[in-house]
Design a protein around this ligand. Sequence first.
Ligand code: NDP
Length: 281
Amino acid sequence: MTDVYGIFGWPVGHSRSPAMHNAAFAALGLDAVYVPFAVQPDKLADAVRAVRALGLRGVNVTLPHKTHVMALLDQVESDARAIGAVNTLYLDGERLCGTNTDAEGLARALREGGVALTDARVTVLGAGGAARASVVGLARAGARTITVAARRLGEAQALVASLAPHLTSTTLSACAHEPAALHAAFAHTDLLVQATSATLDGGPPADAFAASLPLPALPSSAVVTDLVYRPLQTAVLGRAQAQKLKTVDGLGMLLHQGALAFERWTGKPAPIAVMRRALNG
Ligand code: NDP
């Protein structure tokens, strides 16, 4: 019988996950299919019950369900609980469990791009879900310090206060997203993670956001990554490249969060090259 996997989101039509996972199933000769499920917010509990009722083998969860789904599961892994978001559901025997593969997905993507994470000094822009996952992923990967910069300083401080007890090997701090504070942070940054939605869809607002960043304060050896992958070449990456800094785009994180979910579900190494081609296609 064909194994059914899927993604719950609202809307979900834009998701590239079906193409990525179906290509992986085909490449490995697995009798499986990955389906997008448009799940309205007030139908999430029904959809989660259906995972068991229909025998779905694994499910990704995307906006707006990543936080709400946690209360509907038998178990949520501790890092996912700390991040406050689950993006992957899997069955452990009868127990429906949730994990977050975004955090490790980012670390894998950066390592694949040749970025050294052990002992790195990191600055993360933004204090939303992607920033939280980045902080956890990079701390677990061995970052020495992580500074979180947000336009609402209180949000950055709250993020640091809630994650610091879980990430005791890394020094976390918060700073305001304003020129002097950013300048001071950038001067001691090996890796800059753009985790706001400000560069999404490009255009003048994205250009203005990129222009407001004091990128020249970064060391010449610094790496800049932007988690936004629509467009792939963001305004921030463009400015960093003009300054001859190494850059990593956001597609690798999308790829590796999917690969980690695939491996969790199937127990097989994900066919990374095939999945990347499907994402690019
Ligand atoms: P959230 O909505 O949770 O958070 C967005 C953050 O960006 C908030 O801190 C917000 O600040 C900040 N922000 C938005 N506009 C600006 C601006 N002009 N200046 C400064 N800060 C700004 O979104 P997510 O964290 O879930 O996602 C952020 C981006 O990361 C998304 O655009 C998404 O495309 C990308 N992403 C990529 C992934 C990948 O696999 N590559 C995975 C997940 C996300 P405030 O609260 O003040 O509005």
